[in-house]
Design a protein around this ligand. Structure first.
Ligand SMILES: Nc1nc2c(ncn2[C@@H]2O[C@H](COP(=O)(O)OP(=O)(O)OP(=O)(O)O)[C@@H](O)[C@H]2O)c(=O)[nH]1
Ligand SMILES: [Mg+2]
Length: 338
């Protein structure tokens, strides 16, 4: 059985009533809820990219060169990235030849398996947040305007709070009018603490915020920053300053610098990630607004072009729509109707 079918069996399992009663634990319900958020958030991609794949399968009785040409177009349109698509098609052609595959229906399942293999291959499967053993864990959020930094922080705060962590949000985006206030509103919605000051130096806000976290024994500090990539040198200097201030208070912090990219911007988002890597060390990516795109392939392009692990994905605007990135749930959410 291929990888995809295994995933399908795990997530799609039809339980007997007896099993249901036994399995209806809080933990199981949480997993079910997560899978539902993945399914719902990936609806557009399923209806776009995946339904084109289904149409392709129905159109051809036999796998031939034209089939491959159309497949190539579908994969490129899904934001997978040209090089990845080419390598992928080479591998697929090899398998077709070696295994004498003629039926597009059979190939469809293999396509999903091979897409999964591309992602899993290599060592960027670390989706866990690197928490500090003692003292506050500081997570810095960076990314260009409007990608979803503040919203991601708000959602993550909700998640961490529900895990029993003592969370502080720090508003260091002191440039855009209303930015500090927006984060404050999120802190109220998530019922976590907040520190921020408008019209002041971002690094000094971060200093005071982290100091407060140390004094008051917070577990996690989530720092919101301004994202103006228009002036690369300024942004670099500012992030350097913020990083220095944090390290001066906690030597192994920030434990994470998460770059937020907007999935609906496709290749543009990939370019931002490449540019940011040069500006500041990035430890993980948050891929926001996946619910807003029909091109769910961007995860594979990130793997190829950026090679930084995707740690969280945004699947909607709601408080519970941020999920830890899990490639199996992702593949299932995308291809479950195949
Ligand atoms: N559909 C959808 N919308 C999202 C998601 N994440 C964020 N948004 C929306 O994107 C818009 C911008 O989000 P913000 O969090 O303000 O973005 P930001 O990066 O903080 O923006 P600046 O502070 O201006 O740099 C808001 O309307 C959010 O509701 C997501 O996962 N899905
Ligand atoms: Mg913001």
């Amino acid at each position: 059985m291929g990888i995809f079918n295994k995933i399908k069996t795990i997530f799609n399992k039809e339980e007997s009533l007896e099993e249901k009663i036994i399995n209806d634990s809080v933990e199981d319900n949480a997993i079910k809820e997560e899978i539902e958020i993945y399914e719902k958030g990936l609806t557009k991609s399923r209806e776009g990219f995946v339904s084109r794949l289904v149409n392709l399968t129905n159109k051809y009785k036999k796998v031939n060169e034209e089939y491959f040409e159309e497949l190539e177009e579908i994969l490129i349109m899904a934001d997978i990235g040209v090089n990845t698509v080419e390598d992928f098609l080479d591998r697929l052609r090899d398998r077709v030849r070696h295994e004498n595959i003629e039926n597009p229906e059979v190939l469809k399942e293999i396509i999903v398996d091979e897409l999964f293999i591309i992602y899993v291959d290599g060592d960027v499967l670390v989706n866990k947040v690197n928490y500090s053993e003692d003292g506050p864990t500081v997570i810095l959020f960076v990314g260009v305007n409007g990608v979803g930094k503040t919203t991601t922080i708000g959602k993550l705060a909700t998640k961490m709070k529900s895990e029993g962590k003592k969370v502080l949000l720090v508003g260091a985006d002191t440039f855009r009018a209303g930015a500090v206030e927006q984060l404050k509103e999120w802190s109220e919605r998530s019922r976590v603490a907040f520190y921020g000051k408008e019209n002041s130096d971002p690094a000094s806000v971060v200093y005071d915020g982290v100091q407060k976290a140390i004094n008051e024994d917070y577990d996690v500090v989530l720092v919101d920053t301004a994202g103006r990539l228009q002036n690369k040198t300024n942004l670099m200097k500012e992030l350097e300053k913020i990083n220095k201030v944090i390290t001066s208070l906690i030597s192994d912090a920030p434990q994470e610098v998460l770059l937020v990219i907007d999935a609906t911007t496709g290749q543009n988002g990939i370019s931002q990630a490449i540019a940011f890597k040069e500006i500041t060390p990035i430890t993980g990516i948050v891929l926001s607004k996946l619910d807003g795109t029909a091109k769910g392939g961007i995860v594979l392009a990130i793997k190829e072009k950026v090679d930084i692990p995707v740690k969280f994905i945004g699947l909607g605007e709601g408080q519970n729509d941020l999920q830890v990135f899990d490639i199996e749930k992702y593949i299932y959410g995308l291809f479950k109707d195949l």
